[in-house]
Ligand binder design. Structure first.
Ligand code: HEM
Length: 526
């Protein structure tokens, strides 16, 4: 046994070694350069270099100039832009423990403003976030999603009936979005959305818009100058305070009101199985404190599902319709494959697809993959934040850096996807062995590492059945102008913001046959 003095020496020695190692490491990190990037101005940093519109295009230019990893600053905040799949995977997947938090956003997180630190998708990677992720996976992971296939099918049929009435694309995106709202509310709460003007949908839609604005780096000055939070609400130009107050109430309403509806339905024995219903039933373990915390976790996580899942899924679906209008060849190949499985639309035996057909329809699967590659609803992903200093390829990446993976750039990287601007589902047909089969869903489209999108299984299977059903039932064609010529929709791409949607484009929606119309109408009563 060591004497007490010897133990004291040993402990002191270990402490000195640890302190020295830390100091040497820190000194070494401090002497390393940041990754390259455009030269910053004093105070503003690279504020003026950061484009408001299609920033991913500028990021790709920087890739040519500075390489796959770029460093900029804005008001002293470090921003690291990752322009290649390899680097994004190295850092965001491979070093996920350091790269998975979210940055402080004054508008969103300040108690005197929106006080929304609890909003799951934008909260720090703390203990509550870990607990809530676990809960989400338990009740909406890949196997749990199977139990919602029937609701997804009902939603796809409702969409076909909508499209039958639409004939053209006027307000189509809004209809698709509203229809998918019904699905997400049903899966989350077992709540049946009213045919129009549903108050819960309105609350959640308003919150989505408000969160998007709050998170935008330049929408509110307080996000760049946090001291503005001290300005009183009556002060001229302090409208952001009113916004914050309304958004805070809106977020609480979305969290609490729909949850209470679901709880009341469970207590009355009227509840349909749902994420919240299943989680509540599994929650009771007799310990009051744990139960209360669990209920709070369920409420909080449920309230993000609409916000995270509705516009994103609807945006991809709308973009898929655009892609199909622009590529009649793809529709033709899809129809040929569908007809071998579902019967020809001219035959009385023709039927609509179900999830069980997925295994026999690889081309439809390839279309879903290609649309996710061709069009990303979140082209810059959601920004991550580092929780420790790091060194990568000889560059320092300080703690607290905001890390943006340029998902659009990665999905249009011609070394990964030759002729990236072409819509060519064949690239994902394993049988054709064309290109490389780099699955967009596993390459950043749904995010990275510990932060990866939790709704991916639900989103992918919803998209699959919606796209397969549209293709089985309809022809989608460009609209004609007065002289009978196709109206060009090929430039219907641009819209700025946190999420990207095609701008409305004109098209004709025609049932493939009388049988197709009949099958669609039958779904209303079946
Ligand atoms: C095509 C549809 C969708 C796309 C493209 C998409 C994409 C994304 C992306 C890029 C992120 C950020 C990941 C990161 O930070 O690295 C994310 C996060 C998230 N998504 Fe999705 N998403 C979709 C649908 C859904 C759906 C349907 C739901 C819910 C039912 C959902 C729930 C979430 C949640 C809860 C998070 C936050 C994860 C976290 O911060 O830990 N998403 N999604």
């Amino acid at each position: 046994m060591f004497s007490f003095t010897a133990q004291l020496y040993l402990i002191s020695l270990i402490a000195i070694v640890l302190v020295l190692t830390y100091a040497i490491r820190k000194a070494r990190t401090n002497t390393l350069p940041f990754p390259p990037g455009p030269k910053p101005l004093p105070i503003l940093g690279n504020l003026l270099d950061m484009p408001k519109f299609r920033p991913w295009d500028r990021f790709m230019e920087w890739r040519k100039q500075y390489g796959d990893i770029v460093h900029v600053t804005v008001f002293g905040r470090h921003i690291i832009i990752l322009n290649s799949l390899e680097i994004a995977r190295d850092l965001l997947d491979g070093r996920s423990a350091k790269y998975s938090s979210r940055a402080y956003n004054p508008m969103m997180h300040e108690p005197s403003l929106m006080d929304c630190e609890w909003v799951f998708a934008f909260r720090k990677s703390d203990e509550a976030w870990k607990r809530q992720r676990k809960l989400f996976v338990q009740h909406l992971g890949p196997s749990a999603v199977l139990s919602f296939h029937e609701r997804q099918l009902d939603s796809a049929h409702a969409m076909l009936r909508l499209m039958l009435n639409h004939k053209t694309s006027d307000n189509l995106e809004e209809s698709l979005k509203y229809n998918l709202s019904g699905l997400i509310m049903d899966v989350t709460y077992g709540y049946e959305v009213k045919p129009e003007n549903d108050e819960f949908v309105e609350l959640a839609t308003t919150l989505t818009t408000r969160l998007t604005r709050a998170l935008h780096p330049n929408f509110f000055a307080v996000n760049n100058f946090p001291w503005l939070k001290y300005i009183p609400a009556w002060f001229p130009g302090a409208d952001f305070k009113t916004f914050a107050e309304e958004a805070r109430k809106n977020a609480i309403a979305v969290r609490d009101i729909t949850f209470e509806y679901c709880k009341a339905a469970i207590e009355a024995g009227m509840a349909k199985p749902s994420f919240v219903g299943n989680a509540i039933l599994a929650a009771s373990n007799g310990d009051e404190t744990t139960d209360a915390r669990r209920v709070q976790d369920i409420k909080e996580i449920a309230s993000i599902m609409f916000v995270a899942g509705n516009d994103t899924t609807a945006g991809v679906l709308y973009a898929c319709i655009l892609a199909l209008v622009l590529h009649p060849r793809v529709q033709k190949c899809a129809h040929a494959e569908l007809d071998t499985v579902l019967g020809s639309p001219d035959s009385p035996n023709f039927r609509l697809p179900t999830h069980a057909d997925r295994i026999s329809l690889p081309y439809i699967d390839a279309i879903v993959k290609e649309v996710l590659r061709w069009w990303q609803p979140l082209p810059g992903g959601v920004t991550h934040c580092t929780t420790e200093d790091d060194i990568y390829r000889g560059f320092k990446i300080p703690k607290g850096s905001r890390v943006i993976a340029n998902v659009w750039g990665i999905m249009h990287d011609e070394t990964l996807f030759p002729q990236p601007n072409e819509f060519r589902p064949e690239r994902f047909l394993v049988s054709k062995k064309e290109d490389i089969t780099c699955d967009p869903a596993l390459s950043g489209l749904f995010g990275w590492g510990r932060r990866i999108c939790l709704g991916r299984p639900l989103a992918e299977s919803s998209l699959w059945i919606q796209i397969a059903s549209i293709l089985a039932a309809f022809h989608l064609d460009p609209a004609k102008d007065e002289t009978g010529k196709d109206i060009d929709v090929s430039y219907a791409f641009d819209r700025e913001g946190f999420e990207l949607h095609p701008i409305p484009f004109p098209c004709f929606i025609t049932p493939r046959s009388k049988n197709a119309t009949a099958r669609i109408l039958e779904t209303a009563t079946s």
